[in-house]
Design a binder for this molecule. Structure first.
Ligand code: PMP
Length: 357
């Protein structure tokens, strides 16, 4: 606390990202990064990049990247917004679409991406959390109630559970005059995208990222698809904040990553295969594993507790994510790494539990 802070700054409870340790090498399964390097097309674009171009500001509208996204996803470029990671787009969305009206709170699940309440705090947006059921499924009917808008990750994080498109459509259709933001950070690992709904619902914003399935978390490029009204809302917020949120190199490398569908298909299939094999192995060791369509597993160990397992694995050089929060403090979230990394995880877990791997 400082006397120099504004009242807003003093009231913030900032998001705490997963550790990026510098002290030693870990098997790093804590922040849902992709274990494989990005497409060779990204490396080629990096080598071809002319540093002299950095003399000039980037295109504030990311036109070349939006054209590449339009081609890849079949959505017109004027209905695409590009941002500095999908986190930035989600933050812009809270400011662009939600009012500080206590009578109309924004809805999101009680167990979900912990940045949402932080954005709500930053922009003074009232919210109401909707409890997931005991299996961590989203109770669709509760999301049909009158509200100021909806934010829903699909698949949800940190659980990995997904809603089918038909359920998502019921939620979008229930709020024609409110923005429904579907956060699809992990959609490429086996979940249905809401993109087919875009033509019928002008209140739907679908947010995706290059950080996960395209293995570019370090580049900071996210994108959103929506009606022209929603995209213009995001543009208005951005252009009242910083015209150049996505730098030249990021625009160029993100576009290159879209040009290699073979790499994309192969690596995401590999990750899905590793995820399923690892889930079965953890179940054999007595874990409760939530069905996942993401690049991570949310799992409850039979003993040690979430905190105990997290600490013991960390001592042994394996980092997973633990959330000290009601309902989920018995669980850990494990990013799907390479088969070798998952072998190392399973061997250590088995040793800690006194079982054979
Ligand atoms: N949404 C969810 C549900 C996430 O887990 C993450 C990653 N922490 C993000 C959005 C943000 O991803 P990025 O800013 O890297 O695009």
């Amino acid at each position: 606390m400082s006397r120099l802070w504004s009242r807003t700054t003093a009231s913030l409870v900032p998001y705490v990202p997963g550790e990026q340790p510098q002290d030693r090498r870990y098997v790093k399964l804590n922040t849902n990064e992709n274990p494989y390097p990005p497409s060779p097309a990204v490396e080629a674009a990096l080598r071809a990049f002319d540093p002299a171009a950095l003399r000039l500001y980037p295109d504030p509208e990311s036109r070349a990247l939006r054209a590449a996204l339009a081609e890849t996803y079949g959505v017109p470029a004027e209905r695409i917004f590009v941002g500095n990671g999908s986190d930035e787009i989600l933050a812009f969305a809270f400011q662009a679409f939600f009012d500080p009206d206590p009578a109309a709170p924004v809805l999101f699940p009680d167990v979900t991406y912990s940045f949402y309440p932080v954005y709500a705090g930053l922009y003074g947006v009232p919210f109401r959390t909707v409890p997931l059921d005991d299996a961590f499924a989203v109770p669709v009917d509760a999301f049909l109630a009158p509200c100021g808008g909806v934010v829903l990750p699909n698949p949800n994080a940190p659980t990995g559970r997904a809603l089918p498109l038909s359920d998502l459509e019921r939620i979008v259709a229930a709020h024609p005059d409110r923005a429904v933001v579907v956060d699809e950070a992990y959609v490429d690992f086996g979940c249905e995208t809401a993109l087919p709904l875009l033509d019928r619902y002008d209140n739907l914003l679908v947010v995706q990222t290059t950080s996960k399935a395209r293995s570019l978390a370090g580049l900071r490029v996210g994108y959103a698809f929506g009606s022209r009204a929603l995209v213009e809302g995001l543009e208005r917020v951005r252009d009242s904040f910083n015209s150049y949120t996505v730098d030249r190199l990021a625009q160029s490398l993100a576009a290159a990553s879209l040009s290699d569908p073979a790499w994309f298909e192969e690596t995401r299939a590999r990750i899905v295969g590793t995820r399923e094999r690892t889930a079965r192995r953890l179940e054999k060791l007595g874990f409760e594993v939530v069905p996942s369509t993401a690049n991570f597993l949310f799992a409850k160990p039979p003993k040690l507790g979430g905190a105990g397992l997290y600490e013991a694995l960390k001592e042994r050089g394996i980092l997973v994510r633990y959330f000290r929060k009601p309902r989920i403090d018995g669980y850990v979230r494990i990013t799907v790494g390479t088969p070798e990394e998952m072998d190392a995880l399973v061997v250590e877990v088995a040793r800690l539990l006194g079982e054979a791997p």
